[in-house]
Design a binder for this molecule. Structure first.
Ligand code: FAD
Length: 506
């Protein structure tokens, strides 16, 4: 859907999270003639990107309360790092190489031990010996013996849990392993999640090879493509402005990183965008001004809080849209759900309590290993930060010894009415790590990311497409929908790519 904005037109952006700010920045770059009003209901911008700085024992510490890392292989990360370059912030960019200790991931097994997710055959052999992979070999054999291609035309959405059970002949692999990954990415229950929206890779493999195992083997040893997507090429041509050679090299470096972040936290990205946008005459950031209604105007415009605009870009989570877009069918009656996640930051200065054998990005808790406390996963922030290299110097930053981690708790368990006890969770984490965290008097802080992540449940794509269609019809194409609910994936880079696509078609 293209944006219809006349010369010197007026655009309203709803929300100043990653989506709203990225959209505004890119639009301002491409169409400096356009007036942009950004409405934000909070007194701060950045949405879920929230890097909290505080003092502990006289030293400054940064604790992330939302997203903290970007995946190197996502196209959106390349665009974000390039925007930081354009804003003079490249010295803030840091990355972790693929061979780094911080690129190890663990799963909690049913016995309360951490098991490394395999990246090579030796690790795979070890993984298969662990009780966590009970049913793995049998499931893979079932998958190979029941090879059958899915028909692309007739395939109806189903839950990821159903899809896995169908292919592996039982729910074991889903319950013991894959559900952990869904906890880490979506804080969701794979038995509710849409295979088409969240398990595209599985569905594609079944369509192409009739089997996951065959799909997995066919991809082994294949080098990731160095060809940049059309959107990345177009971004560089119309906004980025690097030579073809430099752009390809730049993108290659991002893709070769396991993950990226910014010194000072991921919030540096919206802060840099905001600082830039506030200097532009054509842009107004209206903090503390919630949008209450978006109504079709007379003729070619839309009325937001009584003000006329040529175009409106909403970046709201679909579950928050009903009150503002009362006329769009399909937004009512809780059609779109979301989950809330407790973020518990834990910080112990002066000591590294994460032993080498388990040092990595962190660990996830599959449904079968849950101890009934709602723990979804734990991120070892201090391990990631210790392994970061500066983008420009390729050197590590000096860091004093410390232990910093984040517990993610709740998600779909909260929606099912589980009563959470964060202290109990911390006790369980102590057992997993083999250290009594309480004995070190950790600094802790909790935040509830209320309705932080949409539930991409079965049928989600159809529901979202209906809302987009209805919105186009009602507002004659003058309202477009962005943000995490309408992007292709749930991560920050996915959101950035969705906003880029909208602006490139303006
Ligand atoms: C706890 C947590 C951890 C995450 N970790 C990662 C990670 O490590 N890596 C990763 O890539 N992604 C992660 N994500 C996902 C990532 O946070 C999202 O993809 C991204 O922040 C979505 O940005 P957005 O702009 O679409 O939405 P938001 O950040 O939700 O922004 C929407 C904005 O709209 C404002 N708003 C709402 N209603 C109104 C209104 N009526 N009027 C005006 N303004 C309004 C809100 O205040 C908000 O500022 C995580 C998400 C959560 C919740």
């Amino acid at each position: 859907m293209s944006l219809q904005v006349p010369r010197n037109g007026k655009v309203c952006v709803i929300g100043s999270g990653v989506a709203g700010l990225t959209f505004s920045y890119l639009l301002n770059q491409l169409r400096p003639d356009v007036h942009i009003d950004i409405y934000e209901k909070q007194e701060r911008s950045g949405g879920w990107l929230n890097s909290h700085h505080r003092e502990v024992n006289g030293s400054k510490v940064m604790l992330e309360r939302g997203p903290r890392t970007l995946r190197g292989k996502s196209d959106g990360s390349i665009v974000m790092i390039d925007i930081m370059r354009r804003l003079g912030q490249l010295s803030q960019v840091q990355y972790v190489g693929k061979k780094s200790q911080a690129n190890r991931q663990f799963l909690l097994n049913g016995q309360g031990r951490l098991v490394e997710v395999p990246k090579n055959w030796t690790q795979f052999a070890k993984f298969v010996m662990d009780p966590i992979s009970g049913g793995l070999v049998r499931g893979m054999a079932h998958d190979l013996l029941h090879c059958k291609r899915l028909d692309r035309k007739t395939y109806e959405d189903e839950s990821v849990g159903q899809l896995l059970a169908r292919r592996f002949g039982s729910t074991e692999i889903g319950d013991r392993i894959i559900s952990g990954i869904y906890h880490g990415i979506y804080a969701g229950d794979m038995n509710e999640m849409s295979s088409l929206h969240t398990g595209r890779r599985f569905v594609e493999d079944e369509m192409k090879y009739g089997s996951f195992v065959r799909g997995m083997f066919s991809g082994l040893g294949a080098k990731p493509s160095e060809i940049l997507s059309g959107e990345l090429m177009e971004y560089n041509r119309s906004i980025g402005g690097q030579t073809q050679h430099n752009w390809t090299e730049f993108a290659r470096r991002v893709k070769q990183s396991a993950m990226l972040g910014f010194a000072g936290g991921l919030e540096q990205y919206p802060l840099a965008l905001r600082a830039y946008l506030e200097k532009q005459q054509q842009v107004r950031l209206r903090l503390g001004q919630a949008v209450a209604s978006v109504l079709p105007g007379t003729g070619q415009n839309v009325v937001v809080n009584g003000v006329h605009y040529d175009h409106v870009r909403s970046t709201l989570n679909p579950s928050a849209m009903a009150a503002i877009f009362p006329e769009i069918q399909g937004l009512q009656h809780g059609d779109f759900k979301s989950v809330s996640v407790y973020i518990m930051n834990v910080y112990v200065p002066g000591t590294n309590l994460i032993r080498d054998a388990i040092a990595g990005f962190g660990y996830l808790v599959p449904q079968r290993s849950s101890q009934g406390d709602g723990l979804l996963g734990v991120i070892f922030d201090s391990v990631v930060e210790r392994n970061y290299l500066n983008w420009q110097t390729q050197l590590p930053r000096h860091q004093d010894d410390c232990t910093k981690m984040t517990l993610m708790v709740g998600g779909h368990y909260l929606n099912k009415g589980l009563h959470l006890d964060l202290h109990k969770c911390l006790g369980h984490v102590s057992n997993h790590l083999g250290v009594d965290l309480a004995a070190y008097n950790p600094v802790t802080q909790n935040l509830l990311a209320r309705d932080g992540i949409p539930v991409f449940d079965v049928g989600f794509d159809k529901k979202a497409a209906r809302v987009v269609e209805e919105c186009t019809r009602l507002y004659a194409g003058h309202v477009t929908l962005g943000g995490v609910g309408f992007a292709r994936g749930p991560g920050v880079p996915d959101v950035v790519m969705h906003e880029l696509a909208a602006v490139l078609h303006a």
